[in-house]
Design a protein around this ligand. Structure first.
Ligand SMILES: [Zn+2]
Length: 363
């Protein structure tokens, strides 16, 4: 059975439903990042109250701390972290290529220094599958070879072929049939290679496809240029997941190009630095200009921060180093994104998404 069912479309924007072992998720949707099984400064109860349907964790980190034996004893990742909705797990390949851990990458896998005890370790496609199968997440991601921004054509080509070969090995090693498996298309910002990579990954029997290696530091207009190249090659009956995108502007843009799912640490990360999303763009509440501003962060936001507190109060929390300032903005930003995604789905369903998009005035 197909895990994704497509609903109505408004031009390229579309709504659909992803069926997972922990329920159905309406698309397009956004996932916060919970690398170690916790969204920074936001509790599971708060995520539920916001209406978050899924988050993404790093499977490799879990295999080290607390260890697969602990998660197994708890009965799987959901029971261990206390979350009964969707959990996606990444292979961890994205983190281990960071310069402080990375050693080398070849056809076998990625060799790196384990971040906890500095021991050398190799993450292979098979190992990434065994870990994710045992964690029992709802969606496992393939191990991919992600080129860094600015990579040469030779490196992009190598990564494209390797990601395809690893995709086949992941499919062979994937045994947990209650868990969905998504492939990841690469190709950097080279149009020809992106097209080829999306075509190759689409030819394999994955439950869904991700657009990888974008929104990792290249200028943002590249995302807009590359996404339609990928989506055009992808089977419309499969869910499309753009990894690493989480600004309101980019979410709306990518939905208009046919993307169904997103993840990013951006809403909570910027919240901890004093930045808040509003309908008129981002504001920095650490800034002294908000000292006397008794208006809410966003007058139309129904989150508890906007309903009970002023910009001046949140500014005061930042000025005095009170942690609730960071906590409140993390909550508000996630609430804002969740509300935006709900609105996007409604606008697509009523055929007014393009008009809605034109009316938005981000600064
Ligand atoms: Zn709010």
């Amino acid at each position: 059975m197909n895990a994704f069912s497509l609903g109505v479309s408004d031009k390229d924007a579309r709504v659909g439903t992803l069926t997972t072992a922990h329920g159905k998720i309406k698309t397009p949707f956004f996932m916060p990042v919970a690398t170690k099984g916790s969204v920074k400064l936001v509790s599971m109860e708060e995520l539920r109250s916001i209406g978050i349907e899924a988050f993404i964790s790093n499977s490799y980190v879990f295999s080290l701390r607390p260890g697969l034996d602990v998660v197994k004893k708890a009965g799987g990742l959901h029971k261990f972290v206390g979350w009964d909705r969707g959990i996606f797990t990444d292979s961890g390949g994205f983190q281990v290529i960071r310069p402080e851990f990375f050693q080398k990458i070849d056809d076998r896998g990625v060799t790196f220094r384990n971040p906890f005890d500095q021991a050398l370790d190799v993450l292979t496609p098979e190992k990434a599958m065994v870990i994710q199968n045992r964690l029992k997440s709802d969606v496992a991601m393939c191990l991919d070879d992600m080129p860094l921004p600015g990579s040469s054509i030779a490196r992009l080509t190598e990564s494209m072929h390797r990601t395809f070969e690893w995709g086949k090995r992941c499919l062979d090693a994937h045994e947990n049939k209650r868990q969905l498996l998504f492939g990841i298309a690469q190709g950097g910002t080279n149009a020809k290679l992106r097209k080829k990579s999306a075509e190759l990954m689409n030819s394999l029997p994955f439950d869904g496809l991700a657009l990888g290696g974008l929104a990792i530091g290249e200028p943002s207009h590249w995302v807009e240029k590359m996404v339609p190249i990928d989506t055009k090659e992808m089977d419309p009956e499969k869910m499309r997941y753009l990894m690493g995108v989480g600004t309101p502007e980019q979410l709306v843009m990518a939905v208009s190009l046919g993307v169904d799912c997103f993840d990013s640490a951006f809403p909570t990360q910027t919240g901890r630095h004093g930045l808040a999303f509003t309908r008129k763009g981002r504001i920095n509440l650490a800034n002294r200009s908000h000292r006397f501003d008794l208006s809410p962060i966003d007058s139309e936001c129904a989150c508890f921060v906007c309903e009970s507190h002023s910009r001046a109060y949140v500014h005061h929390l930042f000025r005095t180093g009170e942690e609730n300032g960071m906590k409140y903005l993390s909550f508000h930003n996630l609430f804002f994104i969740q509300h935006l995604m709900t609105r996007i789905r409604e606008e697509i369903e009523s055929g007014s998404f393009s008009r809605f998009r034109q009316r938005l005035k981000w600064k």
